[in-house]
Design a protein around this ligand. Structure first.
Ligand code: ADP
Ligand code: MG
Length: 454
């Protein structure tokens, strides 16, 4: 049986690869799954406006992605609160046949984005070693390189490569137990099991789940920094898998020696092969854009693609953002996306527009997620240290990222009617602390990374 949230999360993963980040964040990820009615997935939009936008623009893509994962769901329907009473008997948990390419779906099994394959990964000088290593472990898991440690800057294809390994393994070794987790997921699950007093077996189950795998992939392991308990758990998981010749694949935004984790774990991470991914050269960037255009059905001329590739040199995700912007702008004004005037208009204030997208809500959400505190607590009155520091870091980041665009008074209002001098104090305090305390500085950096990696 699959719960409706699991179903929707799997569909979201698939959809995220098909639309721009902006469209995904603004519209698709705003929908709430209600349940299944016969062969239809029912989604709830908070406003009629959102329903209309989704109905008119995104219904087809959501439907297609749903079909890829769950072939038995034929249609989707977006409703608003008012329609809730009129839909028939909705199931919140169903036994769905899952598409054969998603053999390993379910609570403790991985789902891989179908677009993130080796075929869709453009290889150039900057990533050829990492790609070759990835292919090799996909063909011979646990036999050639172990562990594999992939590292490189944000948006350079680490997650893509991991999913490519996963897609390939699932196809070629359907009986192997393969798991992909983000480091955050692992940390959260570990902590939840630790605190699950209702279930005395929670920790045992958690351990068993990770230690019985054939392949463990953990993304963004730099987030293990400052989490001693989870590091210890990871150390034992690692040893057990490694000694049994099970494949371990890790990714990070920096090499093992620069991650702030205990020495013995660093040494483990670095015992196999370490492959870095550097920003791709111009030709590779253009080739990547061409692939993306094919995947999304855009027809753009080479001069437009070159322009994007020249403007953005070290983050593929950002290049895609620019590409999507040109397409959505030209659709909006009814122009030709190959017309250089349109392109220039679309890109004129690209930088401003993309920083606009970050709001107080985003910063608050990222802070809550990172420190695992509730939103009400973060913006509330509690004064214990576990809340005060995250709250001050959050305020500091809001001031730092949003700058003058949000007056201190409004930040104060957002944080439960605090005075603007309190906001100023929090901001200055963290700014100072960043210089003095490595822990605070790295927490600020991690939350900031979270915000930009949304
Ligand atoms: P990271 O995990 O390193 O931050 P991602 O794997 O999420 O980066 O990649 C960001 C985006 O760039 C994804 O849409 C991915 O498909 C794309 N991308 C990165 N490198 C390549 C490549 N070599 N070929 C095709 N697409 C790429
Ligand atoms: Mg990633």
């Amino acid at each position: 049986m699959l719960k409706i949230n699991q179903i929707w999360n799997n569909i979201l993963l698939e959809t995220e690869a098909k639309v721009s980040t902006l469209q995904y964040d603004l519209y698709i990820n705003q929908l709430q799954p209600v349940g299944i009615y016969r062969d239809r997935l029912i989604l709830l939009a908070e406003t009629r406006a959102l329903k209309n936008i989704v109905d008119n623009n995104y219904k087809d893509v959501i439907k297609k992605c749903t079909n890829v994962v769950f072939p038995s769901i034929i249609d989707i329907e977006v409703i608003t609160e008012n329609d809730l009473d009129n839909v028939g008997k909705i199931e919140k948990e169903v036994d769905l046949p899952v598409s054969s390419s998603f053999v390993a779906i379910g609570e403790d099994k991985a789902v891989f984005v179908s677009q993130y394959t080796f075929d869709n990964f453009v290889v150039g000088k900057s990533n050829e070693y990492a790609a070759a290593v990835a292919r090799s472990v996909a063909e011979n898991p646990g036999k050639t390189y172990n562990p594999v440690f992939l590292w490189g800057g944000v948006g350079l294809g680490k997650t893509h490569l991991m999913h490519a390994i996963g897609n390939s393994l699932q196809r070629n070794f359907p009986s192997k137990k393969i798991m992909y987790v983000t480091c955050d997921q692992f940390v959260n699950e570990f902590i939840e099991s630790l605190h699950d007093t209702a279930n005395p077996n929670a920790m045992k189950n958690f351990r068993a789940k990770y230690r019985k795998l054939d392949v463990l992939m953990m993304d963004d392991v730099q987030f293990l920094a400052n989490k001693e308990g989870t590091q210890e758990e990871m150390f034992h998981t690692f040893n057990e898998l490694y000694l049994a010749d099970k494949q371990i694949i890790l990714s990070s935004d920096r090499p093992p020696k620069e991650i702030k984790i205990e020495e013995r774990l660093k040494t483990r991470f670095a015992t196999g092969v370490i492959a870095d991914i550097q920003p791709p050269d111009l030709e590779t960037r253009i080739a990547i854009l061409q692939k993306k255009c094919n995947a999304k059905g855009y027809v753009l001329r080479i001069n437009v693609l070159s322009l994007i590739a020249e403007k953005i040199t070290n983050n593929i995700r950002e290049m895609e953002g620019m590409l999507n912007r040109i397409i959505s702008y030209s659709t909006l004004v009814g122009g030709d996306p190959n017309d250089m005037n349109i392109v220039n208009d679309a890109l004129r204030d690209y930088a401003d527009a993309s920083s606009d997208i970050i709001t107080i809500d985003h910063v608050v959400a990222a802070t809550c997620e990172y420190f695992r505190v509730k939103r009400e607590e973060l913006i509330g009155k509690k004064k214990n240290k576990e809340i005060v520091v995250p709250r001050q870091i959050c305020i500091y980041l809001i001031c730092d990222i949003l700058g003058q665009s949000v007056p201190l008074v409004s930040i104060g209002e957002y944080f439960g009617g605090r005075d603007h001098t309190t906001i100023m104090h929090a901001r200055d305090k963290i700014s100072e602390e960043c210089k003095r305390s490595e822990v605070i500085a790295s927490q600020v950096k991690d939350v900031r990374d979270k915000i930009y990696n949304r």
